[in-house]
Design a protein around this ligand. Structure first.
Ligand SMILES: [Zn+2]
Length: 206
């Protein structure tokens, strides 16, 4: 298969490995977004996360969790983004599922995951959408339905007490009373006003 990451797994392309076990490989990104930017892949070729069989995904997440405890600290920070570009519309450029760990530094002027896109969404339609998704999950053939129905009922009750439309306003009103939270809010607003442009960086990557 003519897949860059499969070639890396086979050792046909050299890479800076940081971790490897029988099913997962982690290596430093060749065009890092920040110091310590790491790629984590299943050794077997799957294009998207939903292609990975249930039960196998844990192998991947246990490595991600392990690395998150180590990599940011080694590069001198505490935080990181963990990301997956799942499909080409989401920016996936190598068709072999891969997670990113991107260490984040105070004042690095980067964005959050939520800063990737900001579409106009009709919030009035969200309850209907939630119902649709719930119904679809309940109709899944793998027996996911029963426990989901129970937990979803609790969520619905909570939503009725606190209308979703009011939630963002409530949060904004509370934030100015505390200085660190206000800073955080201003920080986020600043980020939203300057959406990131990853296209240049990602083009060069592979
Ligand atoms: Zn592959």
């Amino acid at each position: 298969m003519d897949c860059l990451f499969c070639k890396i797994v086979k050792g046909e392309i050299p890479t800076l490995k940081v971790y490897e076990n029988s099913s997962v490989l982690a290596f430093l990104d060749v065009n890092p977004c920040s110091l310590g930017h790491t790629i984590i892949i299943p050794k077997k070729h799957y294009q998207k996360i939903e292609d990975i069989p249930e039960g196998k995904i844990n192998e991947l997440f246990s490595v991600i969790t392990k690395l998150v405890k180590i990599i940011p600290e080694i590069v001198g920070t505490t935080d990181c983004n963990i990301g997956l570009n799942n499909g080409k519309f989401a920016g996936q450029e190598v068709p072999h599922v891969h997670f990113h760990i991107i260490p984040r530094f105070e004042g690095d002027k980067g964005s959050s995951i939520q800063g990737l896109v900001r579409m106009e969404v009709d919030k009035q339609k969200l309850p209907e959408l939630a119902e649709k998704i719930k119904n679809e999950i309940e109709n899944e053939p793998n027996g996911e339905g029963t426990p989901k129905i129970k937990s979803d009922k609790k969520e619905t009750e909570v939503k009725k007490k606190e209308p979703t439309e009011n939630k963002p306003q409530e949060i904004k009103e509370e934030q100015p009373t505390k200085s660190p939270e206000r800073e955080w809010q201003e920080f986020n607003e600043e980020l939203q006003n300057t959406p990131p442009d990853y296209s240049e960086a990602r083009k060069e990557e592979y």
